[in-house]
Ligand binder design. Structure first.
Ligand SMILES: *[C@@H]1O[C@H](CO)[C@@H](O)[C@H](O)[C@H]1NC(C)=O
Length: 252
């Protein structure tokens, strides 16, 4: 019911706007809002269900066998337009559907002009539009923020403690392990994050409670078990970070 309400609200908001702003949705199957974009952006198809206004200008395909005019963004989201600079900040995020945007770290990574990497802003959210991490990454940011969002819908802290709604869901444990085995952990030139310019965030718990509250045994004790597992993951990230060269230097 909450989801339906959010969808209705975003549809109403979109309907009231004649032109969609930068990063907003402008088309796709089921989309009933505005399909034109503000100047300086172009409505760009991401898939059958989602088109969005991306920075760029419309060009007409001249050598196409089709007579249709195609809009191509002059700033393809997968290609950085300028190097990551000193003011760039990095965000590594873990969580559930409240945060998910559908990111995987084996596809296009966050870059200038495409701060969420894949899928581009706002990604596949549970609210049919922008969620909190979208808003903070592109709207309420005081600097360039490149967001690596490992959150996965339906996630529990640890699938062996509380089973997710289906076995393919990546738990918080899976997400943290994915990050720790990703090349981005070693601070490559393409993602020069440091402890000073990176933030790690977690939004988790509702699925742990929702999928287990009815079980027998002490729920209080089980909450402690869950929280211990959660803090162990936070610690695992923190300890790994201390192994990184910048921390070694600081310790010496
Ligand atoms: C906020 O993020 C957007 C999208 O990456 C970027 O274009 C903009 O420059 C950022 N704002 C600041 C103040 O850096």
């Amino acid at each position: 019911m909450k989801l339906a309400l959010s969808l209705t609200l975003s549809a109403l908001l979109a309907y009231a706007t004649a032109q969609q702003g930068e990063w907003q949705q402008c088309g796709g199957i089921g989309w009933t809002g505005a399909t034109s974009c503000v100047s300086g952006t172009v409505c760009t198809k991401q898939n059958d269900y989602y088109s969005q206004c991306l920075p760029g200008t419309a060009v007409t395909a001249s050598s196409s066998s089709s007579s249709r005019t195609s809009s191509i963004s002059s700033v393809p989201p997968s290609q950085p337009t300028s190097p990551v600079n000193a003011k760039t900040n990095f965000w590594f995020s873990f969580g559930d559907s409240y945060t998910q945007t559908g990111f995987v770290d084996t596809d296009t990574l966050p870059a200038v002009g495409n701060p969420l990497g894949n899928p581009p802003f706002p990604g596949y959210t549970a609210v049919g539009g922008t969620n909190w991490i979208d808003e903070i990454t592109v709207k309420y940011n005081n600097s360039l923020v490149l967001t690596y969002n490992y959150a996965y819908g339906g996630a529990t802290i640890d699938a062996s403690l509380v089973a997710p709604y289906e076995p393919t869901v990546l738990s918080l444990t899976d997400q943290v392990n994915d990050f720790l085995s990703s090349p981005v952990v070693s601070k490559p030139a393409t993602a020069p994050w440091t402890s000073a310019n990176a933030m790690f965030s977690f939004w988790i718990g509702i699925n742990d409670i929702g999928n287990s509250y009815y079980q027998s045994g002490s729920r209080d004790a089980f909450s402690d078990t869950l929280l211990n597992a959660y803090f162990a993951l936070v610690d695992k990230l923190r300890c790994r970070r201390e192994e990184f060269p910048v921390h070694k230097r600081a310790a010496n």
